[in-house]
Design a protein around this ligand. Sequence first.
Ligand SMILES: Nc1ncnc2c1ncn2[C@@H]1O[C@H](COP(=O)(O)OP(=O)(O)OP(=O)(O)O)[C@@H](O)[C@H]1O
Ligand SMILES: [Mg+2]
Length: 274
Amino acid sequence: MDKLEKALLKARQDRQGHESRHVAVQAEYAQDVTDSLPGPSVRISDAFCEQNRIIAALAKNPHADLFRILRTQVLQTMRKNEFKTLAVTSPNYDEGKTTIAINLAMSIALDLNQTVLLVDLDLRHPSVHSYLGLQPRAGIADYLSGKASIADCMERLPLNRMTILPSGASVEHSSEVLGSPQMANLACELRERYPDRLVIYDMPPLLVQDDPLTFLPHIDGVLLVAREGKTPVADVSRSLEILSATTVIGTVLNDHRDLFAKEEWLSFLDEPLS
Ligand SMILES: Nc1ncnc2c1ncn2[C@@H]1O[C@H](COP(=O)(O)OP(=O)(O)OP(=O)(O)O)[C@@H](O)[C@H]1O
Ligand SMILES: [Mg+2]
């Protein structure tokens, strides 16, 4: 067990017994509302996605199994706690947040009982659309400036049960925007619109930008990503301190090559903390 894993283990033990401060929300997972999802279905290229490590929907890609495991663990925890919204974040840039958020959302959409909305909330450096090769018609920035409705911004993937809400043009004062009453309303609308839909937010890094902090009150749970060989142990500990008032449902150690076969590039979900 290396230093980072030890730190994650210690953090998990420290947090055992941490009670969720979130009020349980109504959730009915049985109902499939696929037909009523907004937005036209867009095309994505499997080869393009694979180049960008977006592989969860590719049946023949061996790494897709890792995301099925992650999906099962995440869904179990979310359902047990009646959570509807999950933020994917990490201490710093380039640790794999977006890659994991997209793959996790895709894997969840492949579960027949679950619809999922992936929201690109990295307003300063949006990237969800580019990893999928999409050119969104509009995004959150357009919605906030009154140029588009949320329905205009939604992009439905060919996966059927998955919708994307892109960020749109880069927003400079993103932390003020994320803390605004308009964003609070949007978060509420996204949470309540469909009773069985899970909302995943791809967030900016925790220690570099204050954006995530202003939005965390609208989120039920956080999945914390750390990257082997890149994320300092102290940054993981600092992030968990910052998230102490939030429920961290688990920690993904990205780019860790030892636990599974050598060529695998994602591993390890810390046991859910619920
Ligand atoms: N396990 C991995 N092995 C190899 N490359 C990876 C892995 N995970 C992510 N990457 C690559 O690392 C880069 C950064 O990934 P990604 O954009 O998902 O990180 P991020 O944390 O969202 O970054 P940012 O903070 O800029 O939003 C991308 O080029 C991605 O393909
Ligand atoms: Mg990102």
